[in-house]
Design a protein around this ligand. Structure first.
Ligand code: PLP
Length: 317
């Protein structure tokens, strides 16, 4: 097989979890591993998480594990216990240490698929699918754009704000492997001169980005700062980055709010951001044809709040 591996992916470490190796087994991600009939590959029938580690410390590990379990529950996919995932990721970090080269920053992806139809990997439902963790150094490109202003376009997600409640089979709010639509939206944005996307519902509510949560900051007449993020009832993903920023901001005395937000709310806000685990925080400098104010100090402050790595806070908690 003629394969070409980018420098960063050569440095990848992979750990699989199965019933015989509930604490993980290191494998070579550059060799074929997945059966071609795996439903994760052929139907996107699986769930995942993307986490960030700095100096070997994984940010918001428990929140990611909880969300992985929640997504697996929504898709009805058996999942190894949290202790297995913790051990597998630790094994991956240990593998880097053994090689004498633990990267300063890592992206850690956890993947769980339904496995092969009719051929469960184990009789134990918790190990019936396919499970792995992939650790890769954060790319230079990602590091270079982190915290930098972005241009964003609003795109219609094609359903209204009640779809999550009316149609649970759409799996809204689960972090499923079916991200082809999300990636297509990003390509659309790039083709039209934007860096990223914010989805809206057909009835005019702000949802989220294809890989990020929307945050707005407003300043009251008394100068008090207020952080607001869209409500979860529309079926957006509960962002762990948003949750960690909210927890730290609350401790620092900021006001917090959850709203049904509209595009006009974004235009009226003092500042608007996209937040996600590896990018951290990106200020929005342009929303379609409107210029938005960027405050570098505020961006740095939000990134610092994240470093406190407090347990996340969501409106559903
Ligand atoms: N919303 C969607 C659809 C996402 O895919 C992501 C992350 O990839 C987020 C929000 C942000 O989540 P987190 O902050 O937990 O990375």
């Amino acid at each position: 097989m003629a394969e070409h591996f980018h420098e960063d992916s050569v440095a990848a470490v992979a750990v699989r979890i199965d019933v015989e190796h509930p604490e993980g087994l290191v494998f070579d991600p550059h060799q074929p591993q997945l059966r071609v009939t795996d439903l994760g590959a052929v139907r996107g029938d699986g769930v995942f998480e993307t986490m960030y580690a700095e100096a070997g410390r994984i940010r918001k590990l428990e929140a990611h594990l909880e969300r992985l379990a929640r997504s697996a529950d929504i898709l009805d996919i058996g999942l190894p216990p949290a202790a297995s995932w913790r051990a597998a990721v630790e094994l991956g970090l240990e593998e880097y240490r053994t090689r004498g080269a633990l990267p300063e920053e890592l992206t850690i992806k956890l993947v769980a698929t339904r496995g092969v139809e009719g051929e469960p990997a184990s009789d134990d439902p918790a190990f019936a699918g396919t499970y792995w963790a992939l650790l890769t150094p954060v790319t230079d490109a990602m590091r270079a754009t982190r915290g930098k202003p972005v241009a964003v376009t609003l795109l219609d997600r094609g359903y209204d704000s009640t779809a999550a409640e009316r149609a649970p089979w759409l799996l809204l709010g689960a972090k499923s492997l079916s991200y082809a639509v999300n990636m297509a939206s990003l390509r659309w944005a790039k083709d039209h001169g934007f860096d990223d996307v914010i989805y809206t519902t057909s009835d005019g509510q702000v949802l989220e980005g294809p890989t990020s949560t929307v945050l707005i900051v407003t300043r009251g007449a008394d100068g008090a700062r207020r952080l607001i993020t869209p409500v979860l009832e529309t079926g957006i993903l509960p962002g762990t980055t948003q949750g960690a920023i909210f927890a730290a901001a609350e401790k620092a005395g900021w006001d917090l709010g959850y709203g049904p937000l509209t595009p006009q709310d974004l235009l009226d806000a003092d500042h608007v951001f996209l937040a996600s685990s590896v990018r951290l925080v990106s200020p929005i400098a342009r929303l379609d044809d409107a210029e938005l104010a960027v405050d570098d100090e505020l961006t740095a402050e939000l990134i610092d709040l994240l470093a406190e790595d407090l347990p996340v806070s969501h409106p559903l908690d």
